[in-house]
Design a protein around this ligand. Structure first.
Ligand SMILES: Nc1ncnc2c1ncn2[C@@H]1O[C@H](COP(=O)(O)OP(=O)(O)OP(=O)(O)O)[C@@H](O)[C@H]1O
Ligand SMILES: [Mg+2]
Length: 368
């Protein structure tokens, strides 16, 4: 820290001068004056040490706003060490209002505190360092008066609120994401309801199909709600097929690497796997004892693209015939998923069991 004469020293000098006047009038022996001066200097040193040790940025100015002292935390917040005695109001390189508009130094909270001779509270600003980084902070400028009530300077503490701001931004982002997901989910439920209503003949079938689909959606959302880990493709498949797995390792066979998914991919693929599963249970391999569903998946990387491919292969079920009608399941695979997640799929209604191949692009950066 620069050893410049500052507010603290001025205070000391003033105290000593007052003391000197008092003692000279009373003709006190100089040795006492020297001892008192030494005591005051010692107090001053301790006071300065205390301020230097504070983790909060603290600085002082004289009545004209010239900086007379600052601690290391203030220098760290400002990103430089302004010269004492000439820098005015605030040691920040540049100042901004919270909305990013420039804040002239002579209008900063410290300047207001000194000009209006009042403590300023409830303000927020951002300091830009010479290296361009910005620190949002809350200032606490407070005027200081001598014993006659004359304004002699001010002290300011700057509280770095970067962490709080980051947490607020994060929270705002989460709220936006939540609105977005709720909106999407309601649109999805609406679409599912419409398509289910078109595909069934009676209210009982409508109820069963709609129940299953909404339950599947909520299972995916439950997986997404676990913030500790990303939803993986395997989780989606397992959450649908687990109910049919008899543990023999013959009815449901899954194999593939861990593939973390974005929430959008998880929801879309969750719906697709649900439709494949209910179809297998209604018409295919899972509708009879001894039937088998094998799901295998892999990720291929070429240049900048990552592609998730998966195969759904049924065997041991009833003889499969070419379908006469297209319901929600096949429409979802054929029309909805290509639009939603650019998934391309192909279903082969082979007599010994359906085979479906699906490929879709994954985000360039694998999720951790
Ligand atoms: N795993 C399967 N095994 C045998 N046939 C199947 C299988 N999946 C679908 N199909 C045939 O394809 C048809 C179309 O399936 P899709 O899922 O589109 O409609 P759905 O299941 O009949 O009705 P929805 O899906 O709207 O409830 C089915 O009616 C069935 O004949
Ligand atoms: Mg179906």
């Amino acid at each position: 820290m620069n050893e410049a004469v500052g507010f603290l020293e001025s205070e000391l000098d003033r105290a000593v001068a007052t003391f000197g006047q008092a003692v000279s009038g009373d003709n006190v022996v100089p040795i006492d004056a020297a001892r008192s001066q030494a005591t005051l200097r010692e107090r001053e040193r301790r006071f300065r040490q205390l301020l230097d040790a504070l983790p909060a940025a603290v600085y002082t100015t004289d009545a004209a706003g010239r900086i007379t002292y600052y601690n290391d935390a203030a220098a760290a917040l400002w990103g430089h060490r302004p010269p004492l005695g000439t820098s005015e109001w605030c040691g920040s390189w540049k100042l901004f209002w919270p909305d990013g508009t420039p804040l002239p130094h002579d209008q900063c909270p410290m300047a207001v505190a000194l000009k209006d001779d009042r403590a300023v509270r409830g303000m927020e600003a951002a300091a830009e360092r010479p290296d361009g980084t910005r620190v949002p902070f809350i200032p606490y400028p407070t005027p200081i008066h001598d014993e006659t009530g004359t304004l002699i300077g001010a002290v300011n503490m700057l509280v770095d609120v970067t962490d709080r701001k980051r947490a607020e931004d994060q929270q705002a982002l989460l709220v936006r994401e939540l609105h977005h997901r709720v909106k999407n989910t309601l649109a999805t439920v609406q679409a599912i309801m419409g398509s289910t209503a078109r595909a069934v003949d009676n209210i009982e079938d409508f109820k069963t199909a709609l129940f299953g689909r909404i339950q599947s959606l909520s299972k995916t959302h439950l997986l997404l709600a676990d913030e500790q880990r990303a939803v993986k493709f395997g989780d989606i498949v397992r959450s649908e097929l687990d109910a049919f797995d008899d543990g023999s390792n013959k009815r449901v066979v899954l194999s593939g690497p861990e593939v973390p998914l974005t929430s959008q991919l998880a929801v879309s693929l969750g719906m697709a796997v649900h439709e494949l599963t209910t179809n297998a249970a209604k018409f295919g391999a899972l509708s009879v004892f001894g039937g088998k569903v094998e799901v295998t998946w892999s990720v291929t990387i070429d240049a900048t693209r990552r592609t998730l491919s998966f195969d759904w292969v049924e065997s041991g079920g009833p003889l499969v015939a070419q379908p006469l009608k297209q319901g929600f399941g096949s429409r979802l695979l054929a029309f909805v998923l290509p639009g939603q997640i650019q998934a391309k799929s192909r279903i082969d209604y082979a007599p010994d069991g359906i085979r479906m191949h699906c490929a879709l692009p994954l985000p360039a950066n694998p999720l951790v």
